[in-house]
Design a protein around this ligand. Structure first.
Ligand SMILES: Cc1cc2nc3c(=O)[nH]c(=O)nc-3n(C[C@H](O)[C@H](O)[C@H](O)COP(=O)(O)OP(=O)(O)OC[C@H]3O[C@@H](n4cnc5c(N)ncnc54)[C@H](O)[C@@H]3O)c2cc1C
Length: 501
């Protein structure tokens, strides 16, 4: 009863709007609830994904595409005419509108978040979505299908193929199983058998993840997912358990053999300094080739983030290996040690942008271009300003012959699709431009940035922690959601009225 009530409350923003109802009926969907229930990540029910894409983009004074902001010689012809959500399926577009409406309503989103947290922290079997069929269906329809790629290989592969089909260079796939600090102690840390089983399950899950991705794709891993013994070693700063080290070796060797790469995710601060240490050891061992096999994640919201990166740069330089760097802002602000995190959002933004800038220009707190180690840079995030700044700088440094190296961007599946769409349009535009970046140009493949989507897989229960973080994150991203909502409505209108592009 309660569950039905909450679904109808959540769907009201869509069903209540006359215009939305009109849109839905034009899309031959009998009612809004069915529309939401039939939304699937792998939907192929749209023509737009297959249609030619508009990549007309703002040009600068030398005729090259620019990303974001006014163009230097802005005029009628140079005004961007991109449709960033043109690549989204109609199902995903409707889902974006529904979730944006949900998250931009303070009452609905805080009710939804409380409900999600209640389910996540509950030990009642009837609140376990992997046991309660109805709860499972509701969570899938409302939130899971938007952010997660599925629970079964076939479903996941379809989602990954649909991501690549719209132009992403590849995917980052991650298995959702994780534990959080509060749950430490529930596992029997003394039992060798339990610890061995947990590490084995983690290895199997990640091996399965690797089996679903292609060369060039990433596997993203969370160390804490390997269970209580590993999490305990992470908090005390011990060396990794031997079985865990062997599991890491197997993952690295498999990734190397199939041409994929591995990203180690950053987690809560209780674990992070040891995660850094263990990952430096893995990078030292495996990042010896032309490209980094393993990337570590750096949370720029931490006041210490620059110091940590500088230390790792110095070690990579001294020991002769490639430092794989994924930069994020940080996802644990609501449940982590606040004093260690920048006091304001503006400071975190400056930290993120500053790190990206200094890594691209190869001058970082005293480590200059001359002594800079080989790095591989991946900027993860949905902040359009940060993406614009980094893409622009990368382009300008490349033009100046300063070789900033490869630059990769990543956004989460189901988040900020209008930002990702704009980035894809920019990349296409650069590739199709006449001049050094285009097909006839002299610049190598590193001159053009690459865009990835990060997809999470697992059962609904396994994905709850991940989904709760996405819900918290969306609550604090009202401005971006409003932009996304406006863009999604514009796109939907264009599809309904078949507006020429
Ligand atoms: C591909 C990908 C992989 C990711 N992997 C990880 C990971 O391994 N580990 C991890 O921790 N996160 C990870 N994240 C999440 C990331 O850290 C951010 O939480 C998320 O991307 C939102 O930040 P943003 O950069 O997109 O932009 P924005 O929405 O502009 O920034 C929001 C972020 O700013 C920071 N912030 C907000 N308010 C304040 C404040 N008052 N004071 C200081 N800082 C504030 C927080 O970090 C918040 O998440 C990943 C994100 C992506 C896209």
């Amino acid at each position: 009863m309660m569950a039905f009530y909450s679904v109808s409350a959540l769907t009201r923003p869509i069903m209540g709007s006359r215009r939305s109802l009109f849109c839905l009926s034009r899309l031959k969907t009998s009612n809004a609830l069915i529309a939401i229930n039939t939304i699937r990540n792998n939907s192929s029910s749209t023509a737009s994904a297959a249609s030619p894409l508009s990549t007309s983009y703002a040009k600068d004074a030398v005729g090259l595409p620019t990303l974001g902001g006014p163009t230097k010689n802005n005029n009628e012809q140079n005004t961007p005419s991109i449709w960033p959500l043109q690549r989204l399926t109609t199902a995903a577009l409707l889902r974006t509108i529904f979730l944006s409406r949900l998250f931009t309503s303070p009452k609905l989103s805080s009710f939804g978040l409380k409900l999600l947290q209640g389910i996540t922290n509950s030990h009642q079997p009837f609140l376990d979505p992997d046991r309660n069929w109805l709860l499972n269906r509701i969570l899938r329809a409302v939130i899971y299908n938007n952010f997660c790629s599925g629970a079964e290989p076939l479903e996941i592969r379809r989602t990954l193929a649909s991501i690549k089909n719209v132009g992403y260079a590849g995917v980052i796939l991650t298995y959702a199983r994780e534990i959080v600090v509060n749950h430490l102690g529930e596992d029997n840390l003394d039992s060798d058998q339990v610890a061995a089983q947990q590490i084995q399950q983690w290895l199997d899950g990640n091996m399965q993840t690797l089996s679903m991705i292609d060369p060039g794709d990433y596997l993203a891993i969370k160390y804490t997912g390997a269970g209580g013994r590993v999490a305990s070693a992470l908090t005390t700063g011990e060396k990794p358990p031997k079985q865990f080290q062997e599991a890491m070796d197997k993952l690295c060797q498999q990734a190397q053999a199939q041409g994929s790469r591995i990203i180690v995710d950053a987690e809560q601060q209780a674990y992070q300094s040891t995660i850094d240490e263990w990952t430096v050891d893995v990078m030292r061992k495996y990042n010896r080739g032309k490209e980094a096999l393993v990337l570590n994640t750096y949370q720029s919201y931490l006041k210490a983030s620059r110091k940590i990166i500088r230390d790792h740069l110095a070690r990579a330089q001294k020991e002769g290996w490639t430092l794989g760097i994924k930069v994020v802002r940080g996802a644990y602000i609501s449940n982590d040690i606040r004093e260690r995190i920048h006091d304001t959002k503006a400071e975190t933004d400056a930290s993120y942008n500053g790190i990206a800038h200094d890594l691209l220009v190869r001058s970082f707190d005293g480590i200059t271009r001359k002594d800079f180690p080989k790095i591989q840079l991946f900027l993860a995030g949905h902040n359009a300003d940060s993406i614009h700044k980094a893409a622009q700088l990368h382009r300008d440094l490349t033009l100046q012959g300063l070789n900033p190296g490869a630059l990769e961007f990543g956004q989460l599946h189901g988040m900020a699709d209008h930002v990702s769409g704009e980035l894809l349009a920019y990349i296409d535009s650069l590739r199709e431009s006449k001049g050094p970046f285009g097909k006839q140009g002299a610049l190598g493949h590193e001159a053009i940035p690459r865009a990835y989507k990060c997809a999470t897989w697992g059962t609904v229960r396994e994905c709850l922690g991940f989904l709760t973080r996405r819900a918290v994150e969306n609550q604090g991203a009202a401005e971006r959601l409003q932009d996304g909502l406006a863009e999604a409505k514009r796109e939907l209108k264009a599809r309904i009225f078949r507006t020429p592009r």
